[in-house]
Ligand binder design. Structure first.
Ligand code: PMP
Ligand code: GLU
Length: 399
């Protein structure tokens, strides 16, 4: 008897975790795998944040917090949004969650009826499409490619909007492409959104700090659509706190209340110790943590140069985040040592098995002709990984 729900059967596993688990299993078998799969900073949590967590334990922050988070943390987030993004929110518009992942899910749960459409510019982060499905929605995908920096235009957005569109969900800076929308591009997207008041923008800004050019902008800064935007952010990337599970949303009041309702039935307030530590993190001058970005930039430059050298890989220099997303369409439809490569996921698996380098194929990012590598890894591993891939691809018989 099949006892699982249709909803669960529709859902796929998170491909980032599938590939990182595979790499981990191979390592456990004694195989020397370099895993460039999961996107997470490889730095330790900065000392002043750890210190704040120790103090929170000693001060017995061991009881439930309010569902949407401690008021001091929500005030720190409000201050951060003003300081870094020029956005004005009140603490009752903030919902602190178990990672940005839950913050996005809360918003989708609050917005979607069965069959509602959510626009996803591709490439998108792997969980977006699955989260939309989980909440009964349908994703409407707008394709982009490496030739247009993986970004959509206002005209494409306009064409994709229907009366059933409930939201557009994107990350800027983008996981996996590392591109981000400029002020002018956001302005033109905002002009389209303003014409469709039934559409909410879910603007995932979690890679905001990991940015190698000018600071990125939030679409919520355009007053004509402020009431239509849910800003998503969190502590995972900018503060190397992935395991501490703190993210947040900043929404118009009607939506913030709904997030509170969803979260209150699902998980309650996020981990209290991590919340207290996040207050310290957000109140610290961001320049104190800048050393991580400087280090990522060095690795980006190195990894980009190494990846350009791989035959058949076409790659852009990413402006933000810590991923490279080369177009590998050269290999698609070919056989490598007799193994048919139908899409980038097949190539990713081939490279894992034959070069012992883990990546994530682009199928679940909505770009089946691209591969994602996380360069949040040591310089030594980045050099070795690309050497292995280059050697492997120049050795194989391609037909
Ligand atoms: N959004 C994007 C674009 C991501 O890459 C991630 C991955 N961590 C998340 C949201 C979720 O982050 P977390 O749940 O760790 O805050
Ligand atoms: N966001 C990271 C990634 O894309 C972490 C894994 C996940 O949450 O999917 O690899």
């Amino acid at each position: 008897m099949d006892r699982l729900s249709d909803r669960i059967k529709r859902l796929g596993y998170s491909q980032t975790f599938v590939m990182s688990n595979k790499a981990r299993e191979m390592r456990a078998q004694g195989i020397d795998v370099i895993s460039l799969t999961l996107g997470e900073p490889d730095f330790d949590v900065p000392d002043n944040i750890k210190q704040a967590a120790h103090e929170a334990i000693d001060q017995n922050y061991s009881h439930y917090s309010p569902v949407t988070g401690f008021i001091e943390l929500r005030e720190a987030i409000v201050h951060k949004l003003k300081r870094d993004n020029g956005l004005t929110y009140q603490p009752n518009q903030i919902c602190v969650s178990n990672g940005a992942k839950q913050a996005i899910l809360n918003v989708l749960a609050a917005l979607l009826n069965d069959g509602d459409e959510v626009i996803l510019p591709a490439p998108f982060w792997v969980s977006y499409d699955e989260m939309v499905k989980m909440m009964g929605g349908t994703s409407v995908i707008i394709n982009t490619s490496y030739t247009n920096d993986f970004k959509i235009t206002a005209e494409q957005l306009q064409e994709a909007i229907t009366p059933r569109t409930k939201a557009i969900l994107y990350s800027s800076p983008c996981n996996p492409s590392g591109s981000y929308y400029t002020y002018d591009e956001l302005k033109s997207l905002a002009a389209v959104i303003a014409k469709h008041p039934h559409v909410t923008v879910i603007s995932d800004e979690i890679y905001e700090y990991i940015n190698y050019e000018t600071s990125t902008r939030s679409i919520a800064a355009f007053p004509e659509i402020y009431e239509q935007v849910a800003v998503i952010n969190g502590m995972s990337k900018g503060f190397a706190m992935t395991g501490w599970r703190i993210g947040y949303s900043a929404c118009p009041e009607w939506l913030a209340k709904a997030c509170d309702k969803v979260q209150g039935q699902m998980t309650s307030g996020a981990n209290t110790v991590a919340q207290r530590a996040s207050i310290t993190a957000l109140q610290t001058d961001p320049s104190k943590y800048r050393f991580m970005i400087d280090e990522f930039k060095k690795r980006r430059d190195l990894f980009y140069e190494l990846t350009k050298e791989i035959p058949g890989f076409k790659v852009l220099l990413p402006k933000a985040a810590f991923y490279l997303f080369p177009d590998v369409s050269f290999y698609i439809g070919k056989t490598l040592d007799g193994q048919k490569i139908e899409n980038a996921d097949d190539l990713s698996m081939f490279l894992l098995e034959n070069a012992q380098v883990g990546s994530v194929g682009g199928v679940s990012f909505g770009n089946p002709e691209c591969l994602r590598f996380s360069y949040a890894a040591s310089e030594e591993n980045l050099r070795e990984a690309m050497k292995r891939i280059k050697d492997c691809l120049s050795r194989v018989e391609i037909a």
